[in-house]
Write a protein that binds this ligand. Structure first.
Ligand code: HXC
Length: 259
C-alpha cells in the first residue's frame, strides 16, 4: 500500500534546528513537500547552503541560518528573523545533536559538556527563544530525542544524560505551555539508515547486523518514517497529544526481537 501525501502544511511555517542533514533534513524536506515555509539552522555554512538549495526544489519559501545551538543569542536572532519573514511559527523542531562513542574515563569534561551543550542546553535555547514566536494557540514543538534517554548504554554517558534531560524538558514544557495551546512532544528515533549517528555508533556491517537482529521489525528505519511521525504529531490529528515521548524504532526499545 502506498500513502499519498495526507497532510497539507500550505500557509504554515516550520523551523527545524539542525535541519541540514540526516533525520532533521528528512523532517525539513517532508514539511517542505507538504507545502510549508521551512527554516533550517546548523553550524556549517556549506551544509546550510546545500540544504536550502535542496529544500527550495519543492517550491516553497526556505530560509537557512548558520548558528551553533549552544549560543542562545545566535539562536534567538535566527528565530526572530524567521518569524519576521514567515510570520509566527506553527512548528518548532529541535533536533541538533552531537555524539561519539567513548567510555567516561576517556571523556574530558569538555567532551561531556560539548554533547550536553548541543543536545540538552541547545534544546533549551531553541525552545526558550522559539516560544516567543509560536502561533499560540495551535503551535506544536517536537524535540528529537534518542533511545539513550531511557536505555543506559556504555560509551554513551554524555548522550544518555543529555537525552534524558531532553525528555524531561519536553514533559515540563508540555505542562507549562499547555494552557497557551502549545503542544510539546518528543520523537525517539531508533536505528535510522544513512545517518551520521548510526555511522558513528554502528561503523561496521557486523555491528549493523547485530543491531538489525535486535529490532522486532528486523530492519533499520528511514528518515521518511521519522518525518511522517512529525507531520502527524504537529497536525490537528494529534490535537490532544502533548508531553508524549514517542518511539519510532521498529520496536527496538522493547529490548529484543523474537528468536
Ligand atoms: C573522546 C572526543 C571524541 C571521541 C570528540 N571528543 N570526539 N573525546 N572520544 N571520539 C572531544 C574532543 O577531544 C574535545 O575535548 C571535545 O570532545 C569537543 O570536541 P570538538 O570537536 O572541539 O567540539 P565540537 O566541534 O563542538 O564537536 C562536538 C562533537 C562532535 C559532539 C564532539 O562529534 C560533533 O560536532 N558532532 C556533530 C555531528 C554528530 O555527532 N552527529 C551525530 C548525532 S547522532 P577536549 O578535551 O579534547 O577539548 C545522535 C543520536 C544517535 O546524537 C542515536 C543513535 C541511536
Amino acid at each position: 500500500m502506498t500513502v499519498s501525501q495526507p497532510f497539507d502544511y500550505s500557509g504554515r511555517s516550520v523551523f527545524v534546528a539542525g535541519g541540514t542533514s540526516g533525520i532533521n533534513l528528512g523532517i525539513a524536506r517532508a514539511y517542505a513537500k507538504a507545502g510549508a515555509s521551512v527554516a533550517v539552522l546548523s553550524r556549517k555554512q556549506a551544509k546550510v547552503d546545500a540544504a536550502v538549495a535542496e529544500l527550495r526544489e519543492h517550491g516553497g519559501s526556505v530560509l537557512g541560518f548558520v548558528a551553533d545551538v549552544r549560543e542562545f543569542d545566535a539562536v534567538a536572532a535566527a528565530l526572530t528573523s524567521a518569524r519576521d519573514r514567515f510570520g509566527e511559527l506553527d512548528v518548532l523542531v529541535s533536533g541538533a545533536a552531537g555524539n561519539f562513542p567513548a567510555p567516561i574515563t576517556a571523556m574530558s569534561s569538555n567532551a561531556f559538556n560539548a554533547v550536553i551543550g548541543i543536545d540538552l542546553a541547545g534544546t533549551y535555547n531553541v525552545l526558550r527563544a522559539g516560544y516567543e514566536h509560536l502561533r499560540k494557540p495551535g503551535a506544536s514543538v517536537i524535540n528529537i530525542s534518542a533511545p539513550q534517554s531511557s536505555i543506559p548504554m556504555p560509551m554513551q554517558v554524555h548522550a544518555c544524560s543529555a537525552k534524558a534531560g531532553v525528555d524531561m524538558l519536553t514533559r515540563v514544557c508540555a505542562i507549562e505551555w499547555g494552557a497557551a495551546g502549545v503542544r510539546v512532544n518528543a520523537v525517539i528515533p531508533g536505528p535510522i539508515t544513512g545517518t551520521e549517528g548510526m555511522a558513528r555508533l554502528a561503523p561496521t556491517p557486523q555491528i549493523e547486523q547485530v543491531i538489525t537482529e535486535s529490532v522486532p521489525l528486523a530492519r533499520y528505519g528511514t528518515t521518511q518514517e521519522i518525518a511522517d511521525c512529525c507531520l502527524w504529531l504537529s497536525s490537528p490529528m494529534a490535537s490532544y497529544v502533548t508531553g508524549a515521548l514517542i518511539p519510532v524504532d521498529g520496536g527496538w526499545s522493547l529490548g529484543g526481537a523474537a528468536q
